[in-house]
Write a protein that binds this ligand. Structure first.
Ligand code: AMP
Length: 214
């Protein structure tokens, strides 16, 4: 089963994707994670996209489509969760063509709806474990008082360079201008389901499972 988690920055796509990986053996394909990895390892592509990402703008379609194309090679019986991809109409068309080339299809596109004030609050309070990527929030899920990640015991926590109010404003604008048209695109294709992404992590996970198991 191949699915897209669609939603603005801070909607909880990464958190829910990680749960699906753990519970259903699916493979998470996050273009944001791939780009951050390229950036921190200092590859030529990483250096090229670093300033664009920090400013909250979208990197070019050809770069992210190339990243996804590489990952679709090989056999992944559990299916893929596309997290943060596609983000533009050309990316959506490219994904459809790539899946077709691999003899597979998209099974669901889940739009995670969260209101804008909640996004700002979530993102500016967000940090992640440097080892396993577990997501923490200063208010709702603080880093444990012993300073150890509850998932893996790691002791390094990071804040993303683009999780500040200025970049977030650009990221939201990019979302509304370039990514939100995908809601209509997938609705018209008959693939779209929308869920409330504002609740507790487990409540949102249940809503996603409801879509996947229906
Ligand atoms: P994310 O972790 O999904 O919030 O992505 C972080 C940043 O990586 C975005 O603000 C963009 O600069 C870049 N990025 C990630 N995915 C894409 C994509 N599909 N298309 C263009 N830029 C992307």
């Amino acid at each position: 089963m191949n699915i897209i988690l669609l939603g603005p920055p801070g909607a909880g796509k990464g958190t829910q994707a990680r749960k699906l990986v753990a519970e259903r053996g699916m493979v998470q394909l996050s273009t944001g994670d791939m780009l951050r990895e390229a950036k921190s390892s200092g590859t030529a592509m990483g250096n090229k996209v670093a300033a664009i990402m920090d400013a909250g703008q979208l990197v070019t379609d050809d770069i992210v489509i190339g990243l996804i194309e590489e990952k679709l090679e090989g056999d992944h019986a559990g299916g893929f969760i596309f997290d943060g991809f596609p983000r533009t109409l050309p990316q959506a068309d490219a994904l459809g063509a790539l899946l077709e080339k691999h003899g597979t299809t998209l099974d669901a596109v889940i739009e995670m709806r969260v209101d804008d004030d909640a996004l700002v609050a979530r993102i500016t309070a967000r940090s992640t474990c440097g080892d396993c990527g577990e997501v923490y929030n200063d208010q709702t899920k603080p880093i444990p008082s012993d300073g150890k990640c509850s998932n893996c015991g790691g002791t390094e926590f990071k804040r993303r360079a683009d999780d500040n109010e200025e970049s977030l404003r650009t990221r939201l604008m990019e979302y509304y201008k370039k990514t939100s048209p995908l809601i209509g695109y997938y609705y018209a294709k008959g693939d779209l389901s929308s869920i409330d992404g504002l609740g507790e992590i487990d409540v949102v996970a249940k809503a996603i499972s409801g879509v996947l198991d229906s």
